[in-house]
Design a protein around this ligand. Structure first.
Ligand SMILES: [Fe+2]
Ligand SMILES: [Fe+2]
Length: 139
């Protein structure tokens, strides 16, 4: 029972962080789906669709913790395809990877408190590695 109370207290204190995380994941779903549409390399497009699905799963993990339903924002889904055209994938993908590695760091303290976030955190590292690896594949 005491553990439940502790969990509830943590949830309230951490709510802004959890909501921000949930929002970021939802936005990432749209972003990766939008990138999949404009990517000229087939492997990139397939990878982005897979990442979009995983970010959707992450959003659900945070939704379980917040109990709130949020709407995705389109900002990155609009901006990133434009950047893809202007600066190209070789300069854009490292920026996307950085966002993933930053998320991994941000989720560190959260994952320590909420076990379900552990695998989300690990996924973000893998996402960063995956996006960077696209630049090494020939297709
Ligand atoms: Fe994510
Ligand atoms: Fe991610």
């Amino acid at each position: 029972m005491q553990q439940n109370n502790q969990q509830t207290t943590n949830s309230v204190t951490d709510l802004p962080t959890l909501l921000k995380s949930q929002q970021g994941e939802l936005d990432a779903v749209l972003m990766y789906n939008a990138l999949a549409k404009v990517a000229r390399h087939k492997k990139d497009a397939e990878t982005f669709l897979q990442l979009a699905a995983e970010e959707g799963h992450h959003a659900m993990v945070f939704k379980e913790l917040t109990g709130q339903t949020l709407l995705p924002r389109k900002t990155k889904a609009i901006l990133l395809p434009i950047l893809y055209r202007i600066i190209g994938r070789k300069r854009l993908y490292p920026l996307i990877a950085k966002g993933e590695y930053d998320a991994e760091k941000t989720y560190g303290p959260v994952a320590d408190k909420y076990p379900t976030v552990q695998s989300v955190k690990a996924d973000e590292k893998r996402h960063g590695d995956t996006v960077l690896s696209l630049l090494n594949s020939r297709d």
